[in-house]
Design a protein around this ligand. Structure first.
Ligand code: COA
Length: 314
């Protein structure tokens, strides 16, 4: 088999959330003009975890993924930390992870906001096809320092967290297809300036996200040569459960097949997809042989979908 045809598969997974929990009632009791009912009905969120640094959470999630894979940092050829909230402007947070986990190979950050984990997974798969053996992919964000806690239209949505996956060379491809996209002309609808807070046009983000992910998910399913009926689990970015419902309805997927974790975590950006995946693997919803559709979007606007066979080691 030539290198160009070498595939990869996920052999380790993990996640981490900071201990401190802020419920919707905590926000309302703290003086924000909102209520648990409003937030839950409009977003599906009940609480968010806050207070972790991107580096710390990445290390914990990454270590869990290494343990599940039965490897050490020395066995990893590259660590990619997908984040838009690095601990420092430079170096990348991947440098901290590299040092603390004793990574044997290289380290870099990737910035595609909430689509970052899926972009990094696709990149890691490509790097394995060109020679690497094992890549640790982490999606981690600490959004709480960038939240304007007095702005009820955005404060309710965000939290902190990290999720990770070890991708390893395999004789078969498990990443069946992917669709990566962006529309940089929409970058003004959600952004954070240096030393600024998260600023967005929520309604426009909502509309753009539904449109983009619906098309992207359909593209990925088509290029895998599958139909929606072949998808066992949809592992979506967790920004608003109504966005997930709107996408599911448009692609013809019953909501029972969507992994929803947003009630506990809110939107922790690049971390949501690997946390949802870790959750659904640990609670045994996702089983060997299942076909997964990963799909998300982020400020930029960026979007990414991937169709994967779940085929961990025995
Ligand atoms: N609590 C109570 N009322 C609120 C509120 C809150 N937290 N936030 C807004 N409102 C009010 C508004 O002021 C408005 O009142 P009005 O009708 O008197 O003017 C009313 O509720 C409806 O607001 P609207 O903005 O239309 O609500 P919405 O259903 O669009 O929900 C978001 C707002 C932000 C939850 C929703 O647009 C969203 O989730 N967008 C996507 C954002 C996103 O995912 N960003 C990250 C991308 S990765």
């Amino acid at each position: 088999m030539s290198n160009a045809h070498v595939g990869s598969r996920i052999v380790g997974w993990g996640s981490n959330l900071p201990e401190k929990v802020l419920t919707n009632n905590d926000l309302a009791d703290g003086g924000l003009d909102t209520s648990d009912e409003w937030i839950y009905e409009r977003t599906g969120i009940r609480q968010r975890h806050v207070g972790g640094s991107t580096g710390e959470m990445s290390i914990h999630a990454g270590q869990q993924a290494l343990d599940v894979a039965g490897v050490t940092g020395a066995d990893i050829d590259l660590v990619i930390v997908a984040t838009s909230t690095p601990d420092q402007l430079m170096p990348g947070t991947s440098a901290t992870v590299h040092a603390e986990l004793g990574i044997g190979g290289g380290a870099c950050d990737m910035q595609a906001v909430c689509s970052g984990f899926s972009y990094a997974l696709v990149a890691a798969n490509g790097l394995i096809a060109t020679g690497l053996e094992r890549v640790l992919v982490i999606g981690a964000d600490s959004l709480s320092p960038y939240v304007d806690w007095d702005d009820r239209s955005s404060a309710i949505l965000f939290g902190d967290g990290a999720g990770a996956a070890v991708l390893e060379r395999h004789t078969e491809r498990t990443l069946l297809s992917f669709d990566l996209g962006a529309d940089g002309t929409s970058r003004h609808i959600g952004y954070t300036d240096h030393d600024g807070k998260i600023t967005m046009d929520g309604k426009e983000v909502f509309r753009t996200a539904v449109r983009a992910v619906t098309k992207s998910a359909q593209n990925a399913i088509d290029s895998a040569g599958l139909t929606i009926d072949d998808i066992d689990w949809f592992v979506p970015h967790q920004a608003n459960v109504r966005i997930i419902e709107a996408i599911a309805q448009r692609i013809g997927l019953p909501m029972e097949k969507a992994i929803v974790t947003i009630q506990n975590t809110a939107n922790n950006s690049a971390a949501t997809i690997p946390i949802a995946l870790d959750t659904a693997v640990r609670d045994a919803r996702v089983q060997r042989g299942d076909t997964l559709l990963l799909g998300g979007f982020g400020f930029g606007m960026t979007w990414a979908s991937a169709v994967m066979k779940w085929d961990p080691r025995d």
